[in-house]
Design a binder for this molecule. Structure first.
Ligand code: DX5
Ligand code: ZN
Length: 228
């Protein structure tokens, strides 16, 4: 089955965002990390930058909201042009209502889990979502080392998706590189965010193609993907 690569512009040059978006035009989505300095100890960009970026690229935007009060802000990111909006379940007051609102606006709704947040309490919410994001680093910064201890959670999430017969995507974010992407795919991920592994490469577009080829070599034969 197909594997998707979403380059994270957190590792791009923020003064040249339009060019940096064009540098990865073969990517499936462009991953946009929104941080508010409250939910995570870092500050990046907000609605006006997403609006500009949406005008500057044909690649759909995958907005990862690492912010407090996503119930209030997530709909603004759909209006700004995001095709997919991910909120952190730890910050959402009413995740079901929020997911329904995002979908009603015409975007894909996605729920993210920090490394210490288990998937099991949210099993019944999965049908309300288009994607689950399992963080494989503590959110806040690019360039951190991949947390191997998240692999069992990726496996369990993939099992729950299969158990409910859902078509939703399973995204991983943090430390995904040529050295770790195969382990993620084997565990059940099919959407891969990569920041430093793409923008730190000499040729970002080539890095995207390389990562996709590595992931697809695994998902073609992975036990969890059979029947997809
Ligand atoms: C971290 C962000 C990631 C980050 C990943 O909190 O959510 O999207 O850009 O960067 P790398 O791929 O360098 O770990
Ligand atoms: Zn992210």
């Amino acid at each position: 089955m197909a594997a998707q690569i979403n380059p994270s512009i957190l590792s791009a040059d923020f003064a040249r965002l339009a060019d940096e978006a064009k540098a990865v035009e073969g990517a499936d989505y462009l991953h946009v990390d929104v941080m508010d300095n409250h939910f995570v100890p870092n500050l990046t960009l907000g609605v006006p930058v997403v609006e500009s970026l949406a005008r500057a690229t044909d690649t759909p935007l995958d907005c990862h909201l690492m912010i407090e009060a996503p119930d209030r802000w997530a709909p603004r990111y759909v209006e700004a042009g995001a095709s997919s909006v991910t909120f952190h379940v730890e910050a959402a007051a009413a995740p079901v209502r929020l997911a329904r609102e995002i979908r009603a606006q015409g975007a894909r709704a996605s729920m993210a889990l920090r490394p210490a947040t288990p998937i099991e309490p949210y099993e019944d919410l999965l049908p309300e979502l288009d994607m689950v994001l399992i963080m494989t680093v503590e959110p806040g910064f690019g360039g951190q080392a991949f947390l191997d201890i998240m692999l069992p959670k990726i496996r369990r999430t993939r099992e729950l998706i299969g158990k409910h017969g859902l078509q939703m995507w399973l995204q991983v974010d943090g430390g995904v590189s040529a050295a770790t992407i195969e382990r993620c795919a084997e565990a059940g991920a099919d959407v891969f965010v990569a920041g430093s592994a793409v923008y730190g490469a000499g040729d970002p577009a080539e890095a995207v193609r390389g990562l996709r080829a590595q992931a697809e070599a695994v998902t073609r034969t992975a036990a969890w993907a059979c029947g997809h």
